[in-house]
Design a protein around this ligand. Sequence first.
Ligand code: CMC
Length: 380
Amino acid sequence: MSTAEKTFSKGLEGVIAAQTEMSFINGTEGILEYVGIAIGDLASKSSFEETVFLLWNKRLPTKPELEQFTADLRSHYTLCDEMVTQIKSCPIKAEPMHVIRSMISMCAMYDENPNENSVEAARHKSMRILAVAPAIVAAFDRHRRGLEIVKADPSLNFASNFLYMLNGEKPTDAMVRAFDICMITHADHGLNNSTFAARVVISTLSDLYSAMTAAIGSLRGPLHGGANEGVMKMLNKIDSVETAEAHVMGMIKNKERIMGFGHRVYKAKDPRASELMTLAKQLAEDTGNMDLYNKSHAIEKIMEREYASKGIYPNVDFYSATTYHCIGLKLDLFTPMFVLARIAGWAGHVIEQLEDNRLFRPTTDYIGPHNAPYTPIEKR
Ligand code: CMC
């Protein structure tokens, strides 16, 4: 047996390709911890800013440390004029995911030392990208709606500032807290595809912007972060709870994938889905969207009956669709919300990679012919 045969794992399933101190996942029992703290505790007790500090420093901050961290983040909220001009030059029909990917890439051109890869520089650049990404999404959305771009308000927290820049008015405390919980639950998740992409790129000692750009490109795929849009599209096609059964069974019969279900690691209910289910229900009640929540819940029950035996349960994207809808976000902003949160995780992993780098360079198992003759073109 060749070495390749011994080690080949399609999709790298089960392969340990990096060490991390950030998130721990037990897929059989449905456990997710950030630096040892259960995701449920962070969702109910922490803030996104504190969670990012935790992920980047591997410990909770003291009060002054959190104040300093928050002040640093807020000092980078505002987009420079050149970036605003670039955003305004984007076609209004562009997908927000293409815009955020391109603009994060473009940030490199407004950094005097974009290629500096010390851990300290990576931390600083990460803080700036994390701070400015919401402004990019909000500015593009307002630009395409023909509205004035709203400048960041450094007196607001991350969640509140984003919703303010998007809608032009201060959000309610309930909306801010809901959005904050979404950010916490999406912040990091082991060596998922986009995080792996970021680590692969930075392992060449390229630059943080390239790593983030690659990660955003990965995240938008429907098997990864793009699934939250897929969930909403499915919900929109289902008229009522009563028709959910026929619709979902039809999809199963046609061997279609049900977006928001299944996971490479979890073979139990994704704990983030449990957190978001509670949140979605509360928000749906508050915003008059119980029909949407009830449809989601009905689909979960059908899927449990049909697929639980295969270890297919709701993942993070399933109830985030209802949650984002209730927050008032447009469908094509759902996946960009995943980006805003996951920048924290990508950055933390890039820093971990830089701290102990080794170039990623797996091998292939060549399964083509050998000693093949070269046939001249006129004889083929
Ligand atoms: N609906 C129907 N069947 C499914 C689903 C689903 N959502 N997910 C997996 N299966 C079936 C699949 O058809 C296959 O069946 P069989 O063995 O009969 O051919 C079996 O389960 C294994 O599927 P797989 O694609 O080999 O498994 P995987 O480990 O690569 O799956 C997944 C992970 C996320 C790609 C998959 O579950 C899926 O496509 N889910 C829908 C998309 C989705 O919700 N993605 C978001 C993932 S969570 C957020 C994130 O971190 O990205």
